[in-house]
Design a protein around this ligand. Sequence first.
Ligand code: PLP
Length: 428
Amino acid sequence: MLYKRSSELFVEANKVIPGGVNSPVRAFKGVGGTPIFVKEAKGAYLYDEDGNRLIDYINSWGPMILGHAYEPVVNAVVEKAKKGTSFGMPTELETQIAQLAVSMVPNIDKIRFVNSGTEACMSAIRLARGFTKRDKIIKFSGCYHGHSDSFLIAAGSGLSTFGVPNSPGVTEGTAKDTLLAAYNDIDNVKALFEANKGQIAAVIIEPVAGNMGCIPPVKGFLGALRQLCTENETLLIFDEVMTGFRLAKGGAQELYGIQADIVCFGKVIGGGLPVGAFAAREEIMNYLAPIGPVYQAGTLSGNPLAMAAGLEMLKALNADNEIFTRLDEKTAYLEKGIHRVLTEANVVFTKNRVGSMISVHFDANPVYDFATAKNGDNDTFKKFFHGLLKRGVYIAPSAYETWFITDALTYEDLDFTIQAVGETAKEL
Ligand code: PLP
């Protein structure tokens, strides 16, 4: 495949945009080469500026669960746009999507919409601190909760791709209130609670981690975490920005039968437009301005185009009782195929999967936390990435990312992908 025009566009972009991109992992620094400039996309495919067609396994990093340019979403956005793109005033649409989200997700009474997953997690933490009147939070190494200061500490994919554990610019004062635990290690969390008695406002976790590859919670881990939080009057925050409306209608809460105190959303809930949200039971959500003391706001929050897209997306997922089973089956098929061809080629690997999230790690040992995720052989990953790319299969340009499977993928696409993996495996 040729990437002549993409290369030219990248040169131009670099002159006016830092690193040529508006979000770092897009720059291909982790894998080398030139980022691909996309022209358009439909269903399971991306079409780039050089006329190449790529099967997409990133899907805008998660949102496009029904494929690109999903018509009900596109039509809703177009129709709304004709009637005004932003008002900064309440609309009925906001209540409609809120009602639907609250009906789909267990254990939430009220939801507030923001513009990104970052904002959702940042606001959830502020709310938890205000509600509990405590300062400290526990986060897990390798979990990413957006780029707000409190979270940029051992934050998984983006930072790891660039080899920086923490970002300069985050003050020591902020960092000291973020306590780090190892994912899947409940004793580690217990020790932090012991050492910081009565000081921990919240534990925030990706209930299935997706930013150090896909890492499932080990059996009993989320339940034990729930219990520890309850015992310590600490709020449990599930960051379901990736898993929400992807693993089940009610996300990971539903899948694992564990109730969080606050749930954060992003990605799928916006149908591909910039949307995040956080939700909780009434007692907690009523702590927010304008009825409560914790301030949180946004000029474009609840934007009509974004709400129209999100509403159509949620409606489609809510109406289709087979969707999550179908996604699971497609991903299981892909997993089996990848396992077969990599094994045939004697490649050393481990794979993880939950529903439609899957990752391949080039290490023989199980990957269950950030330390084990970092054991993966990055040089092999780079060859793997480029081998797939030249065969028309686009996975995330970082060894620490999950593949997101979309319902637009056909079994033919999956077979094509498995064949591409098999051919690539012989070159590793
Ligand atoms: N939380 C999780 C689990 C994420 O994966 C991400 C982004 O990838 C975020 C939060 C931040 O969301 P956004 O990029 O929309 O700010």
